[in-house]
Design a protein around this ligand. Structure first.
Ligand SMILES: C[S@@+](CC[C@H](N)C(=O)[O-])C[C@H]1O[C@@H](n2cnc3c(N)ncnc32)[C@H](O)[C@@H]1O
Length: 420
């Protein structure tokens, strides 16, 4: 509605000089801001009705003070609480039930209060909601007045909703247009058909259409208003011309909405991909950090293993050295034992040769005879004692050889040699 401000709304207000203005449907408050500036200049009061305004009302309240009375409600609930109204602007819920009953409520209140019917400006009497319902809040509409609806787009001259593209596919649009009791303009016409008041409807084409409902007495009392309205009442030729311009504008608007939706869709996809990439990047960084931690830990463990290995090698080196020294000692000991064994073997051979010599046998017999003559007791023979020691030596040799294992053959040779 705000697009009509400079060309229609402000001139109408200046002509009417209202004390109380009511605006139904404020949205982002573009038209509301214009109205408030007008009220501040003229000392009028603005009642704004909107259950879901798109701005911070309290800020506006403190800026405009008594000029603004805000009703955060549905229009049909709020209207009866407003005591008087000179001009009403209707641009709230664009469906037959709401608009028809908004006008009916205004009419009823005027009758009850014996007031004049106000001048009423109504937006969206053209396409798409002139002949088709829209429900901002479907649950607020009684079921018998709620038509089947869907969140799908609309195209001019196509009565059904379209599956792809189209206008306002984010809103709850009635499935069909041009039904009975369907749309804003139908609601106005049905109201006018039943109203007791003498009201003139001026239909302005373009920018979705604006209806100006003027009580006949007001027009006759206010020549400025009458002149303005007659200037706005286009000739059929100009009206057709404006409708042609509106048709082209609507086509552009539909295309623009489709492009915006496509752009938004791509933006959503790219945002999602960006979010996923960021997530993967975060995860990658975490894994990298974890990998670095594990690498550091692995290096420390490797360093520890190397230290342990160095220690083991040093121990092994020391053990080798000790082994080499021990082997050296063993070798020396083995050599000495071999020499001793050789000497004992030579001694054994000497004793064997001696005990078999004629000289020793004769000496041994003489000794035995002398002991007999001198009646001396028999002494243990030295040769027997030597033989006993040699026998012990041989037993040690056998045991040693069997322990040595590999050197068994040479041990046996040795024994054979010893046994001789
Ligand atoms: C098309 S926008 C109004 C645009 C505004 N008049 C302008 O010119 O900028 C419709 C607004 O009506 C409000 N609305 C919806 N249903 C309503 C109802 N039953 N009563 C009052 N406001 C309503 C919505 O919250 C929305 O902010």
């Amino acid at each position: 509605m705000q697009r009509f401000w400079g060309t229609v709304i402000e001139p109408v207000l200046e002509a009417v000089q209202p004390k109380i203005i009511v605006e139904v449907g404020s949205d982002q408050g573009v038209n509301t801001a214009n109205l408030l500036k007008f009220c501040r200049q003229t000392g009028a009061t603005l009642h704004v009705i909107d259950p879901a305004p798109g701005y911070d009302v309290s800020k506006w309240q403190s800026e405009y003070g008594d000029c603004l009375v805000f009703h955060k409600e549905l229009s049909l609930n709020a209207l009866p609480s407003i005591e008087d109204f000179d001009v009403v602007l209707i641009d709230g819920d664009h469906n037959w039930y709401t608009v028809f009953n908004e006008l009916k409520t205004v009419e009823r209140l005027c009758e009850e209060r014996s007031q004049d019917f106000p001048l009423v400006l109504l937006h969206d009497i053209g396409w798409p909601y002139g002949r088709r319902d829209l429900y901002y809040d479907p649950d607020s509409i009684p079921e018998e007045h709620r038509k089947p609806y869907d969140k799908k787009g609309m195209l001019p001259s196509v009565p059904d909703l379209v599956e792809e593209g189209g206008m306002n596919r984010h809103l709850n649009n009635a499935v069909r247009e041009h039904e009975p009791k369907d749309g804003v303009l139908t609601a106005i016409e049905d109201f006018l058909g039943a109203s007791q008041y003498a009201l003139d409807l001026l239909e302005l084409p373009g920018v979705h259409g604006l209806g100006i409902l003027t009580p006949a007495p007001l027009k006759s009392q206010n020549p400025d208003l009458a002149r303005l309205l007659s200037e706005l009442d286009f000739s059929p030729l100009v009206e057709r011309y404006v409708q042609g311009v509106e048709k082209a504008r609507l086509e552009l608007q539909v295309r623009q909405q489709e492009e915006r939706r496509e752009y938004q869709r791509r933006l959503d996809v790219e945002s999602r991909e960006l979010r996923e990439t960021r997530q993967e990047l975060r995860q990658g960084r975490q894994e990298l950090r974890q990998g670095r931690r594990e690498l550091r830990q692995g290096r420390q463990e490797l360093e520890q293993v190397r230290r342990n290995l160095r220690e083991v090698r040093q121990k092994l080196k020391r053990a080798h050295e000790e082994l080499r020294v021990e082997r050296q000692r063993l070798k020396v000991a083995e050599g000495e034992i071999a020499r001793l064994v050789l000497w004992i073997e030579e001694l054994g051979e000497g004793i064997f040769a001696l005990s078999n010599s004629r000289q020793w046998k004769a000496g041994h017999a003489l000794g035995a005879l002398r002991r007999k003559v001198l009646r001396r007791p028999e002494e243990p023979a030295t040769m027997d004692r030597l033989q006993a020691v040699l026998e012990q030596f041989r037993a040690w040799r056998r045991e040693r050889n069997s322990r040595a294992g590999g050197s068994q053959a040479s041990g046996q040779d040795q024994e054979r040699k010893e046994d001789r």
